[in-house]
Ligand binder design. Structure first.
Ligand SMILES: [Zn+2]
Length: 188
């Protein structure tokens, strides 16, 4: 919220990660630690549950969650069985319109109103590993900057959206994110 120091919104992405094999890393755990010291809105494009397994709660999964099933008829979500089928009946409405709770290409990402608002009300907007290729996620940094929010971009290398960040930090997320979180906590 405006005026509250150290309020941050963070968006993360990492294409190509295999959710079943991956484990939370130092960056996931650092962000969970930050939530104990700042008002943190954690927005991810990832459909895995690595942030949750790293200790974060209330994560906004703008592209959905691999571990959920979604009823296309009534919008009910429930923990996905290992194998789900369109013919599985919805636990809420009993209709058979089950689909993975995943945002496909061409569909609008989830909770965008809430996301735009969180971004423009933050003191700091930090984006981890965004390619700058997938909209509307790529537009968040630009939006934050226009609203006068301090923007931080972490990447392995200069990205297509680098110009939208006031501060750019290059390096592996597992190193630079914990360092950044530690510096924020030390300053709080
Ligand atoms: Zn239903």
């Amino acid at each position: 919220m405006p005026g509250i120091p150290n309020s941050s919104s963070v968006s993360t992405t990492s294409a190509g990660r295999r959710p079943t094999a991956a484990q939370p890393n130092a960056a996931h755990r650092a962000l969970a630690r930050l939530a104990g010291h700042a008002e943190l809105v954690l927005i991810t494009q990832n459909v895995d549950d690595l942030h949750e397994r790293g200790g974060s709660t209330g994560v906004i999964h703008m592209h959905g969650a691999l571990n959920n099933a979604l009823c296309a008829a009534c919008g009910q979500r429930w923990p996905a069985p290992a194998v789900m089928a369109a013919t599985d009946p919805c636990p809420a409405c009993a209709r058979t319109a089950t689909r993975p709770d995943i945002v496909w290409f061409g569909e609008i990402p989830y909770r965008m109103d809430e996301i735009w608002q969180a971004v423009e009300q933050a003191d700091v907007f930090a984006a981890i590993g965004t390619s700058g290729q997938v909209y509307p996620a790529a537009g968040l940094a630009q939006h934050a900057r226009r609203k006068g929010v301090h923007t931080v971009g972490w990447n392995l290398a200069t990205s297509a959206v680098s110009r939208d960040f006031a501060e750019r930090i290059e390096g592996p997320a597992t190193k630079i994110v914990p360092e950044w979180v530690d510096s924020l906590i030390a300053a709080s």
